[in-house]
Design a protein around this ligand. Structure first.
Ligand code: PLP
Length: 396
């Protein structure tokens, strides 16, 4: 029995056995399901990408392990670091294993930075509800644990664009108030695309104003791009769309196309210069070489034009849902699609229509979210359209 079965007892009928994954399908005892989340939003190049798997295997065959000593390195590792830093205009990066671990690593970098400068600015502003992971700090960031180092402000929950502007402005004012009251605040961390209550993208203005606040009060801006990065918002680094440069950005999930756990926290010259001699954030895998191979494979096939075409098709899909009166409005950017429905989501309706993952984040809301694969073709869109329309029609 695995832990999930212990916490959520299932009847035999509810259990779904997975036999095989293929492209964007999961073959199960319930039938051939279309995965509307692409393996927890990590497998955006499909479940059987030959190139990524080959790069991963080749590198593991050649070099299984590199010890993280200052004098030990390999070309492939250096190549990956150079490519990522050049894409994101960063000077250095530190490896971590999962997205949660990447967030911890980023916070550790920020702590080291302020400590090395002789300050006590180890407090971090974050927003809850939100999702940064499952480690102690990341759980504390959504109030499941207590940590004095966190200043947790409420994530806005707007219903329309007027409310969004007002609530974002009020949050920015609150941030300024907190900073003015507490000299120990050293950073703000936030998600590039909050998704816990359904996809709720920040406005362009919000990103810019947050950057301005960090510049004015000399704080580090940390972007958690685990969900939005590596193509999901249409760019490798989502901040390219926001017109800002965060001081630290965390990548994970699709970073290896999902094939191997590996994440990283990328940082600018400003921080790298201060922490380079004593940033100890070390792992057994330093980094995991299968992950390095997979991440290099992802970079080989990463194509913004392909992502743009998927976005175009997702918008047509959204237009059709609106035309048919099945959704009120939709948002689409890169591979991410979100629509406001007229009824509460019932996951069984989607399963009956052989679709898994859709709207599976918060079932109490009237919206659906999905992440399309970068390899989405005509077959994907035909299947998606038919299955989603049938499911939504049954909700009426
Ligand atoms: C924005 C964000 N940060 C961090 C994480 C944690 O990543 P992981 O599950 O790989 O630890 C997630 C996972 O969903 C995420 O969406």
């Amino acid at each position: 029995m695995n832990f999930q079965e212990l916490t959520i007892p299932l009847t035999e009928k509810q259990k779904i056995q997975v036999f095989k994954t293929e492209k964007y399908y999961v073959h199960t005892s319930y039938g051939k399901l279309l995965d509307a989340h692409m393996g927890n939003t990590a497998f955006i190049f499909g479940f059987d990408n030959v190139h990524i798997k080959q790069k991963m295997r080749e590198l593991q065959d050649k070099i299984a392990y590199v010890h993280c000593k200052p004098n030990e390195f390999c070309e492939e590792n250096n190549e990956l670091v150079a490519k990522i830093c050049s894409k994101g205009n960063y000077a250095a990066l530190a490896w971590a294993v999962s997205g949660s671990d990447g967030v911890e690593c980023a916070i550790a970098m920020n702590d080291t930075y302020w400590r090395n400068l002789g300050t006590t600015k180890n407090k971090v502003i974050c927003f809850s509800p939100g999702w940064h992971g499952t480690t102690y700090i990341t759980r504390a960031m959504r109030k499941e644990e207590n940590l004095d180092k966190l200043i947790i402000l409420d994530t806005p929950n707007w219903q329309n664009s007027n409310e969004q502007e007002q609530q974002e402005n009020s949050l920015l004012q609150q941030i300024i108030r907190e900073i003015s009251l507490d000299d120990n605040i050293g950073a703000i961390i936030y998600e590039s695309i909050p998704w816990l209550r359904g996809i709720m993208p920040w406005s362009q203005n919000f990103h810019k104003k947050l950057r301005n606040i960090c510049d004015e009060y000399k704080l580090n801006l940390i972007l958690d791009d685990v969900m939005g990065g590596v193509g999901k918002l249409g760019e490798y680094f989502s901040f390219k769309k926001f017109g800002i440069q965060p001081d630290i950005t965390i990548l994970g999930k699709a970073f290896t196309g999902g094939y191997s756990p590996l994440s990283c926290a990328c940082t600018t010259q400003k921080i790298a210069d201060v922490i380079r001699d004593n940033h100890f954030y070390s792992h057994t895998w330093q980094p995991n070489m299968g992950g390095v191979g997979a991440a290099l494979g992802v970079l080989d096939i990463f194509d913004e034009k392909q992502l743009y075409n998927v976005e175009k098709n997702l918008c047509e899909f959204g237009d059709l849902l609106v035309q048919k009166g099945l959704v009120e409005k939709y948002y689409c950017e890169g591979l991410i699609f979100h629509a406001n429905t007229f009824h509460k989501i019932d996951v069984d309706r989607f399963l009956e229509n052989k679709i898994t993952g859709l709207g599976g984040w918060d079932l109490e809301v009237e919206n659906v979210s999905l992440v399309a694969p970068a390899i989405a073709d005509d077959e994907y869109f035909d299947q998606l359209t038919n299955r989603v329309i049938q499911s939504l029609e049954k909700l009426r």
